[in-house]
Write a protein that binds this ligand. Structure first.
Ligand code: DGJ
Length: 749
């Protein structure tokens, strides 16, 4: 395992527990990709790419007579620019004469233990010293002097290979980068399905699976954020891959801005994936001596199907991307006032919510939008991060003292990257907003985006937010971001650098987050962008959790959380129980079903608890106790999807498994008349181990003994082998009604 270089053959072999990744420096010095897939050890791959002349695929100059050696046909590790490979390219670079061209050849390489870091960008880290080794291959274009470092972090036990690319202008002319991908992945053979996660505000990360066409398909965002619309995570898998079998490749960007992943199936049936910062309106001036680093990407390959791929990403993101001290801790059960009050609250109404919540076992109150500036609706106040004393007389301190006196922690909402026109900050610094000269800007939620690429803007926010956190006993911050970036123009940059604004914005955001999370490690930060509009590995490097979606409807959440689970851990998914009828869909679901769904996330409440009946309050108390009891198996267990909500419309089921217990959760989404048996084959258990049904809880069913209801208590205590539960399965009692749910808790005996 690890990284080997064979100087006789020029082959680099990256070996993980179950996969091999091979590259080769060819006779001309070009770095070819040879293979990525199931382990082949030091296998000889020379038979894979016989010389063959393909019409209209040009040869390298040195091979112009013998023919059949074309950059357009051979798999590339990172493409050049404008030098004969007509497939997707990684790079567009121009010199001062306007000539676009680069042809990289091998110069040197370094193999080191430990993990490389990327200046200014989030990236994976090692938890232990010997967990990862780094390969850096340096290539050079001898005409421009442009040097390219290809970086590989090999996390052998985890079957994860990280990649990044760094460009350095070692020439004498200024260069303009018009496209810089993080990676290229050529899969010369095989036919693949593409799985990606699309959506919209309040309906993010819906999984979609389609066979790749002989064309270019794109998953992207030009919104200045990774977006609600296309997550920067894709999977290519065998056409017949399932949850439990088949070859799958994952590619996840560690980046939160505009991104683009193109996948091309070319004339020879070969597949190429190129991914990185979106190149629309992007350009970056690289003067002699300057460098540019493209964000990191996380590659994973498994032959064991989609569940294995997901578990590897879930584990890696939690252990090696998240840095927060909270990543392995149980987060406090919180009550957020947003859907309870929106902007209409004051100290007294917040304290009433907190008192009720404390009496039911809630551990933290989060004061959402509206506590600052002149913020009585969403048309004003962003930028003025000082307390609105009309709502909160005496400021935050007396409120926090009262909350703390209830035995609860206090958390607060901020949206630092934005500015309202109607704010003191805008009146003082209108040039800090991104707007185009001479044009009325497009407005989103009546707010503008701050130019986070400006040093003074980030410095200002560091100080304002540090004061807020220093002067008040705040233990949690919800960091929101509620519009996408248009009118991208910085008043601080010269014309030739305007193509840099969107990426400089992200670098500024990362600097701000890095400073604050380092300065205030005791604060639990939750990311948010109008729900899940920036749910990505870049943000998770700073925030151990992200509000999954502004859609709090439990039934829609099943689809959102299902899609999210393909790449991200449960511990990162912000999820709350909200009121019914639900504020987004108008749907009514049982209170317990809402809790079963929210428990498969960070778990909290977002409703006016004062409006609940005594019976409902009793349920809330029980839910919090249940969450605490089941916390370990839910949040630390291996995660299995037992259904696909896009195909299996009747129910959604999922399971988590530790070495000692397992929890199966199911929500019945379409009850049936004369219902067929609800039968599940469980996963992830030890075949020979015995499991006792600790409890079977059925919530919200209107079944009666007459229409087939079972006494759930009668199921408790039964013992089954793991193989019985996995292969023969388990049949749940019949349920009817609107959206009943089940928690089946098994304990290994
Ligand atoms: C969008 C968030 O996703 C909501 O939870 C809430 O915080 C609002 N913004 C407040 O403006």
């Amino acid at each position: 395992m690890g990284i080997q270089f064979n100087s006789a053959t020029g082959v680099f072999a990256l070996e993980t527990a179950h996969t091999s990744y091979h590259m080769q420096v060819d006779e001309r010095g070009h770095l070819l990709h040879l293979y990525y897939g199931r382990t082949i050890g030091q296998g000889n791959l020379s038979a894979l790419y016989p010389r063959a002349d393909h019409g209209f695929s040009p040869d390298y100059y040195a091979c112009r007579r013998e023919r059949g050696v074309s950059p357009d046909v051979l798999p590339q590790e990172y493409t050049g620019c404008n030098v004969g490979d007509f497939r997707l390219s990684c790079l567009v670079v121009r010199n001062e004469a306007g000539a676009a061209g680069a042809d990289f050849v091998y110069v040197s390489h370094r193999i080191e233990s430990g993990k490389y870091a990327l200046e200014g960008l989030p990236s994976a880290h090692a938890e232990t010293g010997d967990e990862v080794s780094t390969l850096c291959i340096t290539l050079r274009d001898f005409v421009t002097g442009l040097e390219l470092d290809l970086l590989y972090g090999v996390f052998a036990d985890q079957d994860i290979i990280t990649r990044a690319a760094r460009l350095r202008n070692n020439g004498t002319e200024s260069l303009r980068l018009e496209k810089v991908a993080s990676l290229c992945l050529d899969l010369p053979f095989g036919q693949w399905d593409l799985i990606h996660f699309h959506g919209r505000h309040a309906m993010e990360r819906q999984m979609q699976r389609t066979p790749l066409a002989s064309a270019i398909q794109t998953v992207s965002s030009t919104r200045g954020a990774s977006s609600h619309h296309h997550n920067p995570f894709v999977i290519l898998c065998d056409r017949d891959a399932t949850e439990t079998a088949g070859l799958c490749y994952g590619m996840m960007l560690v980046y939160s801005g505009s991104h683009r992943t193109d996948i091309e199936v070319d004339q020879n049936g070969s597949t190429r994936l190129v991914s990185g910062i979106h190149d629309e309106r992007f350009s970056w001036q690289l003067k002699p001596g300057e460098s540019f680093t493209a964000p990191e990407a996380l590659l994973c390959c498994t032959t064991s199907g989609l569940t294995d791929l997901s578990q590897r990403y879930q584990h890696f993101v939690r252990h090696n991307i998240c840095r927060s001290p909270y990543r392995f801790k149980r987060r406090p059960v919180l009550i957020n006032n947003w859907e309870a009050t929106y902007f209409q609250f004051n100290t007294e109404s917040i304290c009433r919510i907190a008192e009720k919540a404390a009496s039911l076992g809630v551990e933290m109150l989060v004061l959402d939008d509206g506590w600052f500036g002149k913020r009585n609706d969403d048309n004003s106040g962003l930028g003025d991060w000082f307390v609105n004393e009309e709502k909160l007389p005496g400021g935050l301190k007396p409120l926090i003292e009262r909350i703390n006196a209830l035995g609860m922690k206090f958390g607060i909402w901020v949206e630092p990257e934005m500015i309202s026109e109607d704010s003191d900050l805008y009146r003082a610094h209108h040039d800090w907003a991104l707007t185009l000269p001479g044009r009325d800007p497009a407005m989103g939620r009546d707010q503008l985006v701050l130019d986070m690429g400006r040093q003074e803007v980030v410095d200002y926010l560091v100080e304002v937010l540090s004061d807020l956190l220093r002067n008040n006993h705040i233990e949690y911050v919800k960091w929101d971001m509620n519009r996408n970036m248009s009118d991208v123009y910085s008043r601080a940059l010269p014309p030739e650098r305007q193509g840099e604004v969107a990426h400089r914005y992200m670098l500024g955001v990362y600097r701000l987050l890095d400073t604050l999370t380092t300065r205030f490690p005791q604060v639990l930060f939750e990311g948010c962008a109008g729900g899940g509009g920036r749910f990505d590995a870049g943000m998770l490097a700073y925030f151990p959790q992200i509000w999954c979606s502004d859609d709090t409807d439990a039934i829609e959440r099943l689809i959102i959380q299902h899609g999210t689970s393909f790449g991200y851990p449960i511990s990162a998914m912000g999820a709350h129980v909200s009121a019914c009828p639900n504020h987004q869909t108008g749907r009514t679901t049982p209170l317990w079903t809402r809790a079963v769904v929210a428990m498969s996330g960070t778990f909290g409440y977002e409703l006016d608890l004062g409006k609940l009946s005594e019976e409902e309050c009793h349920q809330v108390r029980q839910q919090i106790e249940t969450f605490k009891q089941l916390y370990d198996v839910i949040q630390n267990g291996r995660y299995y999807r037992l259904s696909d909500p896009s195909r299996q419309l009747r129910y959604t089921a999922w399971q988590t498994v530790t070495d000692t217990e397992s929890l199966v959760s199911l929500v019945l989404t379409h009850p049936e008349a004369n219902a067929r048996p609800l039968h599940l084959c469980l996963q992830g258990l030890e075949e020979d181990a015995l499991y006792r049904v600790e409890s079977l809880r059925i919530y919200g069913t209107t079944s009666t003994p007459e229409n087939g209801a079972a006494d759930a208590d009668a199921y408790a205590g039964a013992v089954y082998s793991g193989s019985t539960l996995m292969y023969a399965g388990y049949t749940l009692p019949r349920m009817v009604g609107d959206f009943p749910s089940v928690q089946l808790h098994l304990v290994r005996v």
